[in-house]
Design a protein around this ligand. Structure first.
Ligand code: ADP
Length: 362
């Protein structure tokens, strides 16, 4: 077992309910092993600006119930520069921080791998509502965000039912359609629209006409914020609002548009997120003590595991069709085949759910 005197923990990128539970778990797991813990405030900017606070068992009391992140988050561009990294390393040395746990999304992991390459043992924990870390079946905050969506959409459904109306609801998720798809199923949406699978607008219009004729009153369509359409002048604009207008124009069903935006990010984490955050936070400390670095904690088939961060980031780019020249050069043929299989597995799972969404929405 590796000996550390002090570790740092930070939250970065888009906040997610459950980040506080990660910080609590890291803090208390480390303290239980006689390791001091400090919080790095405001993501990577805290390393650049020396915003370091000691964390005790009491400083993380009662945070497990709270959304957001009490360590605050920031998008810190300076950290991406050589000078920024040099300042961050100097802060870690000055405060005698031996290792770091970072909680965030793919951008945060790019920062983590930079720290690891500079010799700082670093472990990532997936904290993002989007569920867009391809290597992991689950990311912290996803369940809470989806429960918030279904709470709001159920309310919209009530009023749609009263007025025989349709509501197109745009939800977060960036390039990942998981929130729109799963909440679409859970709210009985008449259609879902996600970036990963082509959307048949005409089919949906016909479906809505037919449903209205058969006496269906309230209707909801969930659309992921990551779906865009050309506005006719070469500019890409979010599709949700455009779809709402098309349904309104072509079906005779009055249709409104709602963008849930950041509402979905806040709120007290669900049991699923509190539990996963606690398990992943503790696992991150265990990995550091085993002498590991440059890994991200993931969940696969209901079990916690860990995976090389660079592998995870490359896998993400492969899944999203964003591989850059040379990305795969550092991987063996076996690793590339593994990535391709993981992408296919994820696509297959998504397709099964997508087909189910359409099958049960009539
Ligand atoms: P998320 O972690 O939710 O994907 P961002 O993409 O905003 O959020 O990334 C969070 C932070 O991680 C950034 O503000 C920056 O400080 C750091 N970061 C992002 N990309 C890189 C990179 N290529 N190299 C180093 N640090 C990065």
């Amino acid at each position: 077992m590796v000996k550390f005197r002090k570790i740092g923990v930070l939250t970065s990128g888009g906040d997610a309910p459950g980040m506080n539970a990660v910080v609590r778990a890291v803090t208390r797991s480390a303290l239980a092993k006689n390791i001091e813990v400090v919080g790095i405030m405001g993501g990577y900017s805290g390393l650049i600006n020396e915003k370091i606070v000691p964390l005790t068992a009491r400083s993380v009391s009662n945070v497990i119930t709270q959304g957001g992140t009490f360590l605050y988050s920031d998008r810190c561009l300076e950290f991406k520069t050589e000078e920024g990294m040099a300042k961050a390393i100097a802060t870690l040395k000055k405060y005698e921080i031996d290792a770091v746990v970072v909680c965030g999304g793919d951008g945060t992991f790019r920062g983590a791998t930079d720290l690891a390459l500079h010799g700082i043992p670093t472990i990532g924990v997936t904290g993002t509502i989007d569920n867009d870390i391809t290597a992991s079946d689950y990311t912290i905050g996803f369940d809470t965000a989806m429960n918030t969506v279904i709470d709001v959409v159920d309310r919209l459904r009530d009023t749609c039912e009263s007025h025989a109306r349709c509501n197109v609801v745009e939800v977060m998720g960036r390039d990942c359609g998981d929130i729109a798809l799963m909440t679409g199923i859970a709210t009985g949406a008449v259609a879902v629209c996600i970036p990963e699978i082509p959307f048949d607008e005409e089919l949906v219009i016909e479906k809505i006409k037919k449903a209205a004729l058969s006496g269906k009153r309230g209707m909801v369509v969930t659309v992921s914020e990551g779906v865009f359409v050309d506005d006719g002048n070469g500019k890409q604009i979010p599709y949700g609002e455009v779809l709402a207008k098309a349904i309104d124009d072509k079906t005779g069903v009055e249709t409104k548009f709602a963008r849930l935006a950041h509402i979905v990010r806040g709120g007290s984490p669900t049991l699923r997120d509190r539990l996963t955050a606690t398990r992943m936070g503790a696992k991150a400390v265990d990995l550091l003590l085993e002498g590991k670095s440059n890994l991200v904690v993931i969940e696969k088939e209901d079990k916690l595991d860990s995976i090389d961060i660079v592998f995870a980031l490359t896998l993400d780019r492969m899944y999203k069709g964003k591989l850059k020249d040379g990305d795969l050069d550092k991987f063996s043929a076996e690793d590339v085949a593994k990535m391709e299989a993981l992408c296919q597995e994820r696509r297959d799972k998504l397709k099964v759910l997508y087909d189910l969404a359409y099958q049960v929405s009539q």
